[in-house]
Design a protein around this ligand. Sequence first.
Ligand code: PLP
Length: 371
Amino acid sequence: MTTPIKVPFVNLGQQFKDHESEFMQAFTSIGRSGNYIMGEALQSFETKAAEFCEVKHAIGVANGSDALFLIYKALGIGPGDEVITAANSFIATAWTIVAVGAKLVLVDVGDDLNINPSSVEAAITARTKAIVPVHLTGRPANIDHLTAVAKAQNLHIIEDAAQSIGARFNGRRVGSLGVAAAFSLHPLKNLGVFGDGGLITTNDDNLDKSIRLLRNHGLRNRDECQIWGYNSRLDTMQAGFAEIKLKYLDKWNEKCRKIAHYYRNNLQKFVITPFDKVNEYAVYHNFVIICGKERDELMYYLTSEGIETKIHYPIPIHLQNAAETLGYARGDFPATEKFAKCMVSLPIYPELTQIQIDHVVSSIKKFYERS
Ligand SMILES: *Cc1c(COP(=O)(O)O)cnc(C)c1O
């Protein structure tokens, strides 16, 4: 008997072990510096992150949700305003709009699982202030089309880039495609730290200044408060770890793209697999396959083969309990609702071994060939 192959959905500890001595060095040097809030490592990471995303400014914040919230605040988006985003996303994309007092306007997604630009166009009213495309699964949303729509109506594009750091559209990095972008450094994201963290990018000098004030109590300096603010900073220690990981990010993303390529080549006979359109460079935060009614059965079978899978996301935002007061109903967003029933995310991360990848492929093959 050979030992069964296990393929967990993530393996965060492995990445830590692979670079442990570097992390320990940062831990020691920041620990000894005694400078744990707004320390040098934060500025250093912000400079590197701005370079990486090919933008003028990067601002570390407490988490990806705060990144969205602070962008809205800095842009003055609030009560009386409408913000349009996708019905298929992580819930933070939605609640941050609600949290600033704006009206959350949801629209359907396209085959790329990203916001459908034509649906966006149809949802615009005189009160619309911003469009929030989510680069879901690490795949860039169609910014060309959205930019054309936004320009014509004088709207902001705010990227929810929480799942997609490193991805490109028309050769340009996500984070540089709108007025500002929000990234998450949550451990499960492509660039994850060892706790919560977030990042905002922008090319706008005024927005950069406002966000820097807002994240730190509105303080201009130690004693003078310019505006009412928040406490939402990225810890110096986490920034130090993020800077180390940033060096490897392009390599890790390439590795995920290779795994995606391999999955695609071997699985497209059985299920619909994601691919890069000509102007896209996706980083495959998730590898989402679309199957049919057999989805739950497939997931059950893969579990029995030691393979962990997830659904991103099983309950569309408009059908969540929290969204009841928005007045949406089942049937409003057919693509989103269809995908919720028939998509599955396969394990994909740089630390996967070829044995594990092959086990995923052969198990899915076995499932479809026997049924
Ligand atoms: C993770 C995520 C967020 C929120 O980030 P946190 O750091 O967990 O607050 C927002 N939007 C999307 C699409 C995400 O995946």
